[in-house]
Design a protein around this ligand. Structure first.
Ligand code: TYD
Length: 159
């Protein structure tokens, strides 16, 4: 597989219902994110200087949202690295399978919400960067990338 897989990672803008009582944002599975949401988890009380992530997934898809505060997500497709800054709760970063990610520079009191396509399964993790690169070079995610490309091309939230 060639470079360019990184472009499968996308910023999604979620709807905002603005109101003088405060804003409301909602997220529906398979509509605003390209998968059914099977798990939600959140990171909070993250100490200054901590790094989270540091792995890729075999088949899990995720959307990462800065519900409160800010942080950066380093995404890496095995060829290209990008830093994505998240600081608003109506934006999410979609990460397909086979992308290495690290979360850094958490602001104090940040809350990171993660929407995930599968239940927790340690076997789905690739926690060694060299192994990840080898898998990319062998085309491990080629089929998955094709499916992701096809489905996100049909989604309004991605246009
Ligand atoms: P991990 O995914 O490595 O955290 P991060 O990528 O944010 O640094 O998970 C840390 C620990 O938490 C690990 O022992 C597995 C456990 N865990 C669960 O039990 N369920 C979950 O849904 C998640 C995300 C993690």
């Amino acid at each position: 597989m060639s470079a360019g897989r990184i472009d499968l990672c996308r910023i999604i803008e979620f709807p905002i219902v603005a109101d003088y009582r405060g804003n409301l944002t909602f997220i529906e599975g398979s509509k605003h994110v390209p998968f059914e949401i099977r798990r939600v988890y959140y990171l909070y009380d993250v100490p200054t200087g901590a790094t989270r992530g540091g792995h890729a997934h075999i088949s899990l898809e995720q959307v990462i949202i800065a519900l409160s505060g800010s942080f950066e997500v380093i995404i890496d497709d095995g060829y290209t690295r990008k830093n994505v800054f998240l600081n608003r709760p109506h934006y999410g970063l979609y990460i397909p399978p086979g992308i290495w990610r690290e979360l850094i520079n958490f602001s104090s009191n940040s809350v990171t919400l993660v929407l995930a396509s599968t239940l927790y399964d340690e076997k789905d993790y690739v926690r060694d960067y060299k192994t990840f690169k080898k898998m990319v070079r062998k085309g491990f995610w080629d089929e998955s990338d094709k499916k992701v490309t096809e489905k996100i091309s049909k989604m309004r939230a991605f246009k």
